[in-house]
Design a binder for this molecule. Structure first.
Ligand SMILES: [Fe+2]
Length: 112
């Protein structure tokens, strides 16, 4: 999974590798900020998993989206300030999750 930030601020999930020089890959877990408040966490409930980020959801600082990555399939949920940055999804072995903070960039969990 590669996620690119363009000079105009767009964030793009790469479906085919055709990068140009005006784009750069976002490296996950690469910003000096609290790991625990940014990395997506999992709460198992039978064959479902609650994926969430333990982060504030203030007007100027919040989690913009969480993406569950099953390898061959991804599910994304977007959030606005005041929302709870959480989603329920099916558990599949080897899944992981990304979260994007508007101030502290991209974070990714370990596989579960
Ligand atoms: Fe943050």
């Amino acid at each position: 999974m590669r996620i690119i930030k363009c000079d105009n601020g767009n964030i793009v999930m790469v479906l085919k590798e055709v990068l140009d020089t005006s784009s750069k890959e976002i490296k996950a877990n690469n910003v000096d900020a609290s790991f625990e408040k940014h990395v997506p966490q999992f709460e198992m409930n039978d064959n479902l998993v609650r994926v969430f980020v333990n982060h504030v959801m203030e007007d100027d600082h919040y989690i913009e989206w969480i993406m569950v990555d099953y390898g061959t399939e991804q599910i994304i949920k977007h959030f606005v300030p005041g929302d709870e940055p959480s989603m329920m999804v099916e558990y599949r072995k080897g899944m992981k999750a990304y979260g994007y903070c508007n101030k502290h960039s991209l974070w990714v969990s370990e596989e579960i």
